[in-house]
Ligand binder design. Structure first.
Ligand code: SF4
Length: 336
């Protein structure tokens, strides 16, 4: 069956500097399928610079890859006709980090909901438009009569972010890309926003791509996870397995930095020193070699492929070279 959205060998390189041309590889030959017929909540996690936001921007069509293809319903997004482009814009919606920047302070909240209704002709009358807005707000746990008609500054950060989720829902999308949607919201409100995303997945069959640096929320919200390191997949698979028993040294480092509410767990006890292998050079080898406590000679020779370490996950690390290499087109097999 044709996947809803697919990245094929996508790389994104940013250049900077006029005299001293520098290049940053934000995504490095990444392939990924998002199958909307099996809607899931998938986290994309990593530190800043891991490429996770670039991945989201490419999937939404806000950035074009330097090489590789993005396929929407089997067709290269650069070759979509007008109707297909409209479908692509409607079926993939975004929720961004800063819930305030998208609002115009001079318009009531209704404005951000009315614009897409008008643009995509979602209603035939004013009454139908109001019903759609009220339903979408109720679906994300907001009271329509306490929300419509109010101005952005009259709502809390959490409410503003839930209005953005309602706005995405109006379009009946197949995929919502939520890029750090709770990082600028009070901790006490994070759970309600994340629960509204999970509810959209459960009750409306919408796939969610949850981009975050926060493994704790990724663990609570998602079914599976993709851990990115400098533009490549370090580890991927079932979120419970990846976070409770990480098999890649980078994921182990990330998990170790989570401040668990457990006095027995010594936070940050695994110090990552630069290894001897790293000092011999990292060109062409594993990107994590300069931070990896397990680095071996082979790690500096060529990038490790993804090894399928068990039925539900794969790790790009030579520590698992006895496991079978996961074929490039088999990543989706890992997802439930
Ligand atoms: Fe460490 Fe080598 Fe595995 Fe890279 S491939 S994470 S350097 S052990």
């Amino acid at each position: 069956m044709t996947p809803f959205l697919e990245l094929r060998n996508v790389s994104k390189v940013f250049g900077s500097g006029f005299l001293y041309k520098r290049h940053t590889v934000a995504l490095d030959n990444l392939s990924l399928i998002i199958d909307a017929d099996r809607p899931s909540v998938r986290a994309v996690a990593g530190e800043s610079g891991s490429g996770k936001t670039t991945l989201g921007m490419i999937l939404m069509g806000f950035l074009t890859p330097t090489s590789g293809q993005v396929l929407y319903r089997g067709k290269d997004t650069r070759r979509l006709n007008r109707d297909e482009q409209s479908g692509y814009r409607r079926e993939i919606q975004a929720v961004f980090q800063d819930p305030f920047s998208v609002y115009n302070p001079f318009y009531p909240i209704d404005h951000v909901l009315e614009v897409p209704i008008g643009k995509f002709r979602l209603a035939h009358s004013r009454g139908e438009a109001v019903r759609l807005m009220e339903q979408a707000l109720a679906d994300v746990g907001l009271q329509p009569d306490e929300t419509l008609g109010r101005y952005p500054h009259q709502l809390s950060g959490g409410q503003r972010q839930r209005v953005m989720v309602a706005r995405a829902l109006l379009m009946k999308p197949r995929l919502i890309i939520a890029d750090e949607p709770v990082s600028m919201v009070d901790a006490s409100l994070r759970a309600t926003i994340l629960e509204s995303l999970r509810k959209l997945n459960r009750e409306h069959g919408i796939s969610i791509l949850y981009i975050t640096h926060d493994l704790t929320t990724a663990y609570h919200v998602s079914n599976d996870i993709l851990v990115l390191y400098r533009g490549s997949i370090a580890e991927v698979g079932d979120v419970d397995h990846v976070i409770k028993r990480p098999r890649h040294p980078y994921t182990q480092l990330l998990v170790d930095s989570i401040p668990w509410p457990d006095l027995e767990h010594v936070w940050g006890k695994n110090r990552i020193e630069v290894s001897a292998a790293a000092k011999n050079g990292t060109q062409g080898g594993c990107k994590f070699v300069d931070r990896c406590p397990h680095a071996m000679a082979i790690c500096t020779e060529q990038p490790p492929p993804l090894y399928q370490v068990d039925a539900t996950r794969a790790s790009a690390c030579y520590l698992h070279q006895d496991a079978p290499v996961l074929p490039g087109d088999a990543l989706n097999r890992l997802f439930a």
